[in-house]
Design a protein around this ligand. Structure first.
Ligand SMILES: Cc1cc2nc3c(=O)[nH]c(=O)nc-3n(C[C@H](O)[C@H](O)[C@H](O)COP(=O)(O)OP(=O)(O)OC[C@H]3O[C@@H](n4cnc5c(N)ncnc54)[C@H](O)[C@@H]3O)c2cc1C
Length: 275
């Protein structure tokens, strides 16, 4: 199938993109890497009358260290971040998770912020943002705001980004001292979306586990330092609280089992690599 007709604007500046969003509202869509949007256009699941291409806006193509954070602009492709030489030292969780996002060919086009905006509940990047307590920078013509990742993801492919807003950057905390990070996922084939994905952060004051692929958005839970059967009990309670359902990929029971087993695996791995 072919997309419905649309107009195309290649924005030269962020301000030009925001002007167009303000003028066209729900009729317009941001085009980033196109790896999700173009399929939606072809299937006519989205029928915008205007696409605003932001990939040639120089200000959006930067990755910058600002204090304790790594700031990732809206035009930064997933493969560019993956190739960043210092990423494993700066944000180890993202370095571990990015190779799981689709295929190298899709990462060569898709953007980090586009994955956050698309908000697939099984996607790896939103999961990492929630696990790390990252923030989402939103801009509209009349101003800007920042929303915590946990609040930003509002449901399956739903976010707090309003029709006249765009994500201009993600603000991701850099590696903290005495903290370990781990990531694991199960999918049908390499490059598929996760059936269940787990991201763990183990710090001096406790543990944090985020799970994707079960609820309608990535969900994180903080635990005090636990081990043995106390950790099993806490993971079991979390697995039930996520409220997964049977679907064509897996049963809810199978997913709960994965949360218990992979959750424990990533938490132990994160505790073991604290430094
Ligand atoms: C074969 C294949 C396999 C894939 N496998 C995976 C996978 O395993 N895991 C995974 O996570 N993803 C996977 N993806 C999706 C991929 O990661 C996409 O790149 C990502 O979901 C969207 O990023 P994009 O830059 O391509 O955004 P686009 O497709 O351009 O846009 C997606 C949506 O986000 C909006 N948008 C984009 N950028 C912004 C912004 N800055 N502000 C506001 N709205 C914005 C668009 O308007 C659109 O609604 C796969 C894709 C393909 C084609």
């Amino acid at each position: 199938m072919k997309p419905a007709p649309f107009a195309y604007l290649r924005a030269a500046t962020t301000e030009e993109a925001l002007e167009a969003l303000a003028a066209h509202g729900t009729e317009a869509r941001i085009l980033a890497g196109g790896q999700s949007l173009v399929a939606m256009l072809n299937m006519r699941l989205a029928r915008p009358s205007l696409l605003i291409d932001i990939m040639r806006v120089p200000a959006l193509g930067r990755v910058e260290v600002e204090g304790d954070d790594l700031c990732i602009g809206a035009a930064v492709r997933q493969a560019a971040l993956e190739r960043r030489p210092d990423l494993a030292r700066e944000v180890p969780l993202l370095a571990r998770a990015l190779p799981w996002v689709g295929h190298y060919q899709t990462r060569a086009r898709g953007t980090v912020c586009g994955s956050a905006a698309h908000a697939d509940p099984s996607a790896e990047i939103p999961l990492c943002l929630v696990a790390l307590g990252a923030r989402v920078g939103l801009r509209r013509r009349s101003g800007r705001r920042t929303v915590g990742a946990e609040a930003f993801f509002a449901g399956t492919m739903q976010t707090e980004c309003a029709p006249d807003e765009m994500i201009d950057r993600l603000i991701v905390p850099r590696r903290r001292p005495d903290t370990g990070y781990a990531f694991a996922e199960i999918g049908r084939r390499h490059g598929d979306f996760a059936i269940v994905a787990c991201a763990a952060v183990a710090g001096p004051h406790g543990l944090r586990l985020a799970v994707g692929g079960v609820a309608d958005r990535p969900v994180a839970r903080d635990f005090p330092p636990l081990d043995g059967s106390a950790l099993d009990d806490a993971l079991n309670a979390f697995a039930w609280a996520l409220g997964g359902r049977d679907d064509m990929h897996a049963t809810a029971r199978y997913r709960r089992g994965l949360v218990r087993r992979m959750g424990r695996q990533v938490l132990e791995e994160a505790m073991a690599c604290r430094n």
